[in-house]
Structure formats: structure tokens, C-alpha cells
Ligand binder design. Structure first.
Ligand code: HEC
Length: 126
């Protein structure tokens, strides 16, 4: 029994700090509405006015975040859409990884901004 509780405490010690530092989706939404909404749309479906224009012009449409399916594996670990991938796409642009130049690098975001944006993007998945 003692061992059981020790294990629980050990797990809590590992998981609680990471939860405490996880992004804040509400703060991420504010940044998203400021910087991303014109293309990605309020609900993240890729249907903002510029996003729609891109699709109409035959350009790749912004990703539909309600599907939660990502395309770019920026660090070559075999998995697209990890937090590291999303950070790279946002800060360095999709073109750097073979994607569309229209997903341009976004300058001036702090690590917290990125964590918050990612938390918001992930919260849109239905
Ligand atoms: C000018 C339009 C535009 C703006 C503004 C924009 N994006 Fe994008 N975004 C795109 C397009 C287009 C794609 C699809 C790229 C592709 O398919 O190559 C995309 C794709 C993405 C992806 C998916 C990458 C993947 O691997 O599937 C993420 C994440 C993303 N954008 C986040 C953001 C965030 C966060 C912001 C705001 C800080 C933002 N974008 C601003 C157009 C835009």
C-alpha cells in the first residue's frame, strides 16, 4: 500500500509541473484573433476572408483546426503537428518546410505566446 502511494506521488510530481506550464487557451485566443484570424477564421476552420481568397485562388487553404490533422513534420521525427512542429511553422513559416508561403513566419511571439496559441489551436479540435 505504501508503495502504491509513493508511485502516485511520483506520478503527480512529474505531471503537475507540466500541467502548470501548459498554455492558456484563452490568452491564445486573444493572440489568434489579433494575428491569425484573417486567414484561419474565428473558429479555426481556415475560412477567414484571406483564407477563403487563398482557397478560391487555388492556393493551399489554411489548415482546418477543428479537424486537428496537421501536415508539416518540421523536425523530421516522423510525426506532423507536435508542439515543436507547430512552433516551427508559426515562427519560421510553412515555406521553410515545403508548405505554402502564405503561412508566413510570425515575428515577435514570446514562448508563452506560442504555448498559448498552441493550446488554443488544440482546443478547437472537435
Ligand atoms: C495570410 C494567411 C495566414 C495567416 C495570417 C496565418 N496563417 Fe497559418 N496557415 C496559412 C496557410 C495557407 C496554411 C497552410 C499551409 C500549407 O498547407 O502549406 C497555414 C497553416 C498553419 C498551420 C498548420 C501547419 C501544419 O503542419 O499543418 C498552423 C499550426 C498555423 N497555420 C498557425 C498559424 C498561427 C498560430 C497564426 C497566427 C499567429 C497563423 N497561422 C497565421 C495561412 C495563414
Amino acid at each position: 500500500m505504501h508503495r502504491f502511494f509513493t508511485t502516485i506521488l511520483a506520478i503527480a510530481a512529474i505531471t503537475i509541473p507540466s500541467a502548470a506550464f501548459a498554455g492558456d487557451a484563452a490568452a491564445g485566443k486573444a493572440k489568434f484573433l489579433e494575428l491569425c484570424v484573417s486567414c484561419h477564421g474565428e473558429g479555426g476552420k481556415g475560412d477567414g476572408p484571406t483564407g477563403k481568397a487563398l482557397a478560391a485562388a487555388g492556393q493551399p487553404a489554411p489548415r482546418d483546426f477543428t479537424v486537428g490533422d496537421f501536415k508539416l513534420d518540421t523536425d523530421g521525427d516522423g510525426k506532423a503537428g507536435t508542439d515543436a512542429d507547430l512552433k516551427n511553422v508559426i515562427t519560421k513559416g510553412a515555406l521553410a518546410y515545403g508548405g505554402s508561403a502564405m503561412m508566413a513566419p510570425v515575428q515577435g511571439l514570446s514562448d508563452a505566446d506560442l504555448e498559448n496559441l498552441i493550446a488554443f489551436i488544440r482546443s478547437l479540435k472537435q
